[in-house]
Ligand binder design. Structure first.
Ligand SMILES: Nc1ncnc2c1ncn2[C@@H]1O[C@H](COP(=O)(O)OP(=O)(O)OP(=O)(O)O)[C@@H](O)[C@H]1O
Ligand code: SF4
Ligand SMILES: [Mg+2]
Length: 340
């Protein structure tokens, strides 16, 4: 396997709120290798954005990294100052943020915002920055004349593509794409993401693709990390994760998305309930209240992430029964009966 570009080790992040601290991610580890695309997938609120933002330390004021390391090319970014991080953002690691609507400043022309990044981070002259911004707009298929427009004059899809252009402005080695297409209609989603992938390949960049969309992950990722309630619960190469998943949460997520192997008329099955709010560390397995395969041991004992095959890890006490769980997981009554 190629060299590790990003190694997140035992990372924990908390948000201080009135009622205490939300432990949004807890002891999370994953690696993105040179040139690969790692998918980080899970339902809303599982901690995906928190993990992505902690990597570049662009976090809300009430957030703090409470433990762990973020090694980029072997160097831990956690202790770095803001000044030191500035040299890494955009140049080395760039983010396509989750909300295209809020990510652009409404009072400045879009071109100015992209050119500023190029001037400030790369020391380019304003004329060079303009030429590069025009080239980037052509790459993401926006007429460069639009650089003179304000964000509100762009469609949602154009705003998203402008953010893609901005993220690629300085040829970063790692792209963190946080739900890069969720705000778009299905047709634009395909177009925007196809462009992102083509540009990523051209740059030879690695990508951390954050999404709730199992279809997007299946088609685009080399490896996948599944997140539930602030933890990684399963991690494997994409073929294994979709072909022989072992964690009940992964089985549930797979059921909730259309796939080419599922008969067209078969209804999608969703997992009842929602991920917990992590104000207190839950006892036992975090998925137990929603898991159709839970046993008394699951409610008492927190399962560790353990190897279950080559490059395949899962945090479940009952991975030995994975074959049986996979067979039962495709039946809707398994999920409607509630946790035993
Ligand atoms: N600024 C904040 N203050 C307090 N809690 C927060 C804050 N931001 C996020 N959280 C909480 O942290 C947890 C993880 O949120 P996060 O945004 O990382 O989830 P996500 O997996 O990206 O979800 P989505 O798919 O909806 O984007 C959630 O419980 C969320 O409510
Ligand atoms: S440890 Fe138990 S509750 Fe948790 S996922 Fe596995 S079977 Fe379900
Ligand atoms: Mg998010």
């Amino acid at each position: 396997m190629s060299e590790a570009l990003l190694e997140v080790r035992n990372l924990s992040v908390g948000y201080r709120i009135g009622a205490g601290t939300v432990h949004a991610i807890d002891d999370v580890s994953f690696t993105v290798h040179e040139g690969e695309t790692l998918g980080l997938v899970g339902e809303s609120g599982c901690g995906k954005t928190t993990a992505g933002r902690a990597v570049i330390k662009v976090m809300p004021a009430n957030a703090s990294i409470t433990g762990g390391e973020v090694r980029y090319r072997g160097r831990d970014l956690v202790p770095l100052s803001n000044e030191e991080m500035r040299a890494i953002r955009w140049n080395e690691i760039a983010v396509i943020p989750q909300s295209a609507m809020n990510a652009l400043n409404p009072v400045y022309r879009v071109g100015r915002q992209i050119e500023e990044v190029i001037v400030q981070q790369d020391g380019a002259s304003p004329a060079e920055a303009r030429a590069r911004a025009e080239e980037l707009f052509r790459l993401v298929k926006i007429d460069p004349g639009r650089l003179a427009h304000y964000p509100h004059q762009f469609s949602g899809g154009m705003r998203q593509r402008a953010l893609v252009a901005m993220a690629l402005a300085l040829n970063p080695a790692l792209l963190i794409a946080d739900e890069p297409t969720t705000a778009l209609d299905v047709v634009s989603q395909d177009r925007v993401f196809t462009r992102v992938r083509a540009l990523q390949k051209r740059l030879g960049a690695s990508m951390l693709l954050i999404t709730h969309d199992m279809g997007l992950v299946a088609e685009n990722c080399d490896r996948v990390a599944v997140m539930y309630a602030g933890r990684i619960v399963e991690q494997a190469d994409t073929r294994t994760l979709f072909g022989a998943p072992v964690h009940p949460y992964t089985l549930g997520l797979k059921n909730a998305f259309p796939s080419t192997t599922r008969p067209k008329d078969e209804a999608l099955i969703s997992i009842a309930g929602a991920p917990p709010v992590l104000l207190e560390a839950p006892r036992g397995c975090r998925f137990a209240p929603r898991c159709p395969f839970a046993t008394p041991r699951c409610r008492d004992e927190d399962p560790a992430l353990r190897p279950v095959g080559p490059g395949h890890h899962a945090a479940c006490h009952h991975t030995a029964l994975a074959g049986e769980m996979r067979a039962r997981a495709v039946l809707s009554e398994t999920w409607t009966a509630g946790a035993p």
